[in-house]
Ligand binder design. Structure first.
Ligand SMILES: Cc1cc2nc3c(=O)[nH]c(=O)nc-3n(C[C@H](O)[C@H](O)[C@H](O)COP(=O)(O)OP(=O)(O)OC[C@H]3O[C@@H](n4cnc5c(N)ncnc54)[C@H](O)[C@@H]3O)c2cc1C
Length: 315
């Protein structure tokens, strides 16, 4: 890594979802000259959804991809330097911290804001992929409302699946909960709540064979792998709640993370265990995972970075 090959920037933002663009807006307006790398999914997770109805400021709702174009335009108008590229390696051993882009170029930065998000895990069925956004969803809080008064199915057996099933049970007539094993992984208290909810019907030892429907979800085909019995349940929505994978692999060994890979930040801040390196959005949030909370923590990260740089005399 010869010195002349390294571009020096003041603030480097990794990721272009709601957290990254909001951090860029705040950092650019504070004259911190942020450089933002978008990664392989410019705009982040909302570019793979259709209608977003719960982001404040859009009274009629908005398509996810369109909303993320607005985020990008706003960050660019404030002066953020937005680039296409993937962070492939980091070296946080000393200031300025270094990040490799696309396995080639190295960038050195006084401060880094990590907004690399998380990816929902899917079952991997072709029909699930084909109907994604047309009745198939990985987020009950985001999309449950669209199925008000209807029947839905949900796959999963952990705490998140239990929580999402309970959330859906308040909106939907029946929630068919498909559990692979003969028990749930969810905590006892969550299991008890699920089992005590009259409109949640639990199917044990059950695999999803296919999501059925031409242009929208119409039913789900299931199979009990103990009895071999198959059935088709008519549903309008199919929720997958088998977990999320935070995009934090390149930070392993440098930043503290929990057993799933979520980056750990000091509560009430976006500070990681390395000073000057901040984390915002879904990559550090396994609880809320919403666009508005990601944007909120992106704002916090830019303010935390600004205070850090001022305190260090690096502005
Ligand atoms: C189908 C679906 C529908 C949803 N609907 C809603 C909704 O209606 N309302 C709502 O509030 N929330 C919704 N969500 C949740 C919402 O999308 C997320 O909470 C939010 O996008 C998280 O923002 P983020 O900025 O943390 O990360 P993300 O949106 O996950 O973006 C991560 C960014 O990091 C980039 N990246 C990752 N790794 C690297 C790397 N190594 N180098 C450079 N860049 C990298 C990616 O390219 C991407 O740009 C939905 C999610 C999904 C999947």
């Amino acid at each position: 890594m010869a010195n002349e090959e390294i571009e020096k920037v003041h603030v480097l933002i990794i990721g272009s979802g709601p957290a990254g663009y909001t951090a860029a807006i705040y950092a650019a307006r504070a004259n911190m000259k942020p450089v933002l790398y978008q990664g392989i999914q410019p705009g982040g997770q909302l570019t793979i959804t259709t209608e977003v109805e719960n982001y404040p400021g859009y009274p009629d709702g908005i398509q996810g991809p369109e909303m993320m174009v607005h985020f990008e335009k706003q960050a660019a108008r404030m002066g953020a330097d937005i680039r296409y590229g993937l962070a492939t390696q980091v070296d946080f051993s000393q200031q300025p911290y270094k990040v490799q882009i696309d396995e080639e170029k190295w960038i050195a930065a006084d401060s880094i804001i990590i907004c690399t998000g998380a990816s929902a895990k899917w079952l991997g069925l072709p029909s699930e992929e084909r109907l994604n956004g047309f009745g198939v969803s990985a987020c009950a809080v985001c999309d449950g409302f669209f199925f008000k008064g209807k029947e839905v199915a949900i796959v999963g057996a952990g705490d998140t699946a239990a929580e999402e099933a309970l959330y859906l049970s308040k909106l939907c007539t029946t929630v068919h909960m498909l559990v692979r094993r003969d028990q749930m992984r969810a905590s006892k208290v969550m299991q008890d709540r699920v089992l005590a909810t009259p409109n949640i019907k639990v199917y044990w030892n059950t695999d999803t064979e296919e999501v059925l429907g031409e242009s929208r979800v119409e039913a789900v085909k299931i199979r009990n792998h103990q009895t071999g019995e198959t059935a088709e349940i008519p549903v309008s929505g199919f929720f997958v709640a088998i977990g999320h994978q935070p995009n934090s692999g390149i930070f392993k060994g440098w930043l503290d993370m929990d057993e799933t890979g979520y980056l750990l930040t000091t509560p009430g801040t976006t500070r990681t265990n390395i000073e000057g390196v901040f984390a915002a959005g879904d990559v550090q949030d396994k609880n809320y995972r919403q666009a508005v909370t990601a944007a909120g923590s992106g704002c916090m990260a830019a303010l935390d970075a600004e205070r850090y740089l001022t305190a260090k005399g690096l502005n």
